[in-house]
Design a protein around this ligand. Structure first.
Ligand code: TXA
Ligand code: MG
Length: 333
């Protein structure tokens, strides 16, 4: 089959499966964000993922599986905590870090002796995994360091010139990346990246004292690219403000003409009509999470130089949202 020289949207899973079998990349929907998938058992295909994204080789990939049993085959040991979390949350937005089985290519794990696995909860991707029968590596389908895509169109916008098949599964229901949990110890876990599955939810399954809440002790041993402080960032400068401080923040904000967009849960007060563009966001943090990356992209498309965002409350998915917003707001200089 001849691939077009631009991205092409499809819902034909047979075609997607053939592409993957030929060692090519396919963008796939998940419940969190769109992924850039390749056959995890084909090292050349895995290498193509790094090239395509411009991703440094020392950032390991998550392996997506059709079942927990397929995931355990990639691990040297499925610890008791991993099994409990998988039973509670898979298929779902939870990635488990476990000791790697020898069969897993070191390219996938960036040479580490651990592997990241998850069973995603999206009907099209689950069906594709069933058909394909092999696990798929899939980082978020964006250029390295950029905002994750949450629709098929976002993937096209990221890679407008590339020959890439994009499976269209509609907008992602969750909208931010999976929770990553280090499960290498048998009775103790640590959250490496917050997500929709919260510490409370994990504590409820495993018991509170299984949760290590301290700072990461072994930064060299486990690398999470979300750990880079500046990540998930739009081009616009991002300013964060707590709800109760919004009005005073805006009053003090330097006059900017039309180039500043405010994302806030309330209506624009009349006094700010001239100074700020304004978009209402949902006061429900789950809905805000589903909107966030699309709003970042829309703000960039419209050329805003500054984005002022009202922070969601730090409960439930709000913790993960605040984490992504803080990374988006971080500037190295
Ligand atoms: O929701 C998600 O997790 C999405 C969808 C597509 O599944 N994927 C995603 O992939 O966010 P990516 O590549 O953008 O982020 C994967 C994260 C990276 O921060 C990476 O460092 C971390 O997972 N990771 C992968 N393998 C790891 C390992 N062995 N130890 C620690 N972190 C690991
Ligand atoms: Mg990513």
């Amino acid at each position: 089959m001849i691939m077009p020289d631009r991205p092409c949207i499809t819902t034909d899973l047979e075609r997607a499966s053939r592409e993957l079998a030929a060692g090519r990349l396919v963008a796939v929907p998940t419940e969190t964000v769109y992924g850039l998938a390749a056959d995890a058992t084909n090292p050349a295909a895995v290498a193509r993922v790094f090239e395509f994204k411009g991703r440094p080789k020392d950032h390991p990939l998550i392996v997506h599986c059709g079942s927990a049993d397929q995931a355990w085959e990639l691990t040297a040991e499925a610890t008791p905590v991993a099994r409990e979390l998988a039973a509670a949350f898979w298929p779902g937005p939870l990635t488990l870090i476990l000791p790697r089985a020898p069969r897993v290519s070191p390219l996938i794990t960036a040479g580490q002796d651990s592997v990241a696995v998850r069973v995603p909860d999206h009907p099209l991707l689950l069906e594709l995994l069933q058909r394909f029968q092999r696990p798929l590596v899939a980082p978020s389908a964006n250029r390295f360091g950029r905002v994750s895509p949450t629709t098929a169109q976002h993937v096209l916008d990221e890679f407008p010139q590339a020959p890439l098949l994009v499976v269209d599964g509609g907008p992602c229901s969750i909208g931010i990346e999976s929770t990553i949990v280090d499960c290498r110890q048998s009775h103790r876990v640590k959250i490496l990246r917050p997500g929709k599955i919260t510490a409370e939810a994990i504590g409820q399954v495993l018991g509170e004292n299984c949760l290590d809440t301290g700072r990461q002790q072994e930064p060299a041993a486990v690398r999470v690219s979300g750990d880079l402080p500046s990540h998930y960032a739009p081009q616009a400068r991002v300013h964060l403000v707590e709800r109760q401080d919004l009005d005073s923040f805006l009053r003090d904000f330097p006059r900017s003409g039309d180039s500043t967009l405010v994302l806030a849960t309330g209506d624009r007060p009349a006094e700010f009509e001239e100074q700020f563009s304004w978009m209402r966001i949902s006061g429900n943090p789950e809905q805000f999470a589903a909107q966030l990356y699309g709003l970042f992209r829309a703000a960039d498309r419209q050329g805003f130089t500054d984005l002022i965002v009202e922070l969601p409350d730090p409960g439930g998915i709000g913790i993960a949202l605040r984490d992504r917003l803080q990374r988006a707001a971080f500037r190295a200089s």
